[in-house]
Design a protein around this ligand. Structure first.
Ligand code: FRU
Length: 326
């Protein structure tokens, strides 16, 4: 098969500094490697919206067949997605959203529901003050907005609970430390901290620890990665009380992109499942995730072996051709 015959899929990834995005990339790559007809290109925007716009412009001018994008922020990426749609290139938006409805389809977990699940978890487990701190993801990114929306909605319905302070985080650990320290010094009776991801929840725990408060507060995060310092491990080691699974959907994204390419009908909104992971199920979920990881490793090593054989076959073929001259 010649490169030109392949289905060109361009994936514009927001950044790849964290393990969640690394897992997303590896699962989309595995899915692509199982489909020889697919030519997948991943561009990393380094958390810079202008770079992400340029990356997508490049996909458009290279006439890829489908674009997948995880937009860093909603507003700045909206126009370039519309431009792609106008140019006749379908766009599958994953994880974070753009503004409006001018895209082909969306894939991701329901982030409003994730916020609500976090709130319900606190309400059903609380025995103390009912005082909560919320730490949000980056401003302008849709999961931060939606997780806050769902969380505040459910907490505000309940008189015994109050969100004492909301810290505007940026998804990363550093953004939590100074503001949280100042708040905890004033409010030593905080019972729960809900952070919009596990990295910030871990940072909150570390900050509380510097004040000797880590055992008085319960921490809840989002993502539930099965990795070193991932949510599952943090629940098992007692750092987090709970984490809400936010699947990366890498493999599903590629499958959906191909359906779109093949003009099959797809839903506009494709919702990935979520679940709360705490002491009760962390072990079971970890075992399941380990099995999936092992299978992925097997697939990868088989793919590697096939490549080696293909090379050998090609060089033998060359030899046969060469010998046929004599
Ligand atoms: C990874 C991440 C996750 C979070 C998601 C939201 O870059 O920060 O931790 O759940 O993005 O889009």
């Amino acid at each position: 098969q010649n490169q030109g015959d392949k289905i060109k899929v361009g994936f514009s990834q927001a950044m790849t500094t964290d393990d969640w995005r690394k897992q997303m990339n590896s699962s989309i790559k595995i899915e692509a490697s199982l489909r020889p007809e697919v030519d997948l290109t991943i561009k990393d925007a380094n958390n810079n919206a202008n770079k992400q716009i340029e990356d997508i412009e490049r996909f458009i001018s290279n006439k890829v067949d489908v674009i997948i994008v995880s937009p860093i922020q909603s507003k700045p990426l909206t126009a370039v997605v519309e431009k792609s749609i106008k140019a006749g290139i379908p766009v599958l938006v994953v994880d974070r959203k753009i503004e409006g409805e001018n895209y082909t389809a969306y894939l991701g977990a329901d982030n409003i529901e994730i916020g609500r699940i976090g709130a319900r978890y606190i309400i059903s487990h609380s025995k103390g003050s009912g005082k909560i701190i919320e730490i949000t993801g980056a401003a302008g990114s849709s999961p931060a907005y939606e997780r806050a929306l769902g969380f505040n909605q459910v907490i505000n319905e309940n008189k015994r609970f109050t969100i004492v302070k909301t810290i505007q985080g940026d998804w990363e650990k550093e953004s939590v430390k100074a503001p949280l320290k100042a708040i905890l010094q004033q409010n030593s009776d905080i019972e729960y901290i809900f952070a919009h991801n596990d990295r910030m929840a871990l940072s909150a725990w570390e900050t509380a620890k510097t004040l000797g408060l880590e055992n008085k507060i319960k921490f809840i995060g989002v993502d539930a990665l099965n990795s070193v310092n991932g949510g599952i491990e943090l629940v098992k080691s007692g750092v987090l009380d709970g984490t809400i699974l936010y699947p990366t959907g890498g493999n599903e994204a590629l499958k959906l992109a191909l359906k779109i390419y093949n003009k099959e009908s797809v839903s506009k909104n494709n919702i990935l499942n979520t679940i709360v992971i705490d002491d009760n199920n962390a072990e079971i979920i970890e075992n399941q995730m380990d099995k999936v990881d092992q299978q992925q490793l097997v697939i990868e090593s088989q793919q590697g072996a096939i490549k080696v054989q293909e090379k050998e076959y090609a060089s033998q073929n060359n030899l046969v051709r060469l010998l046929s001259f004599f």
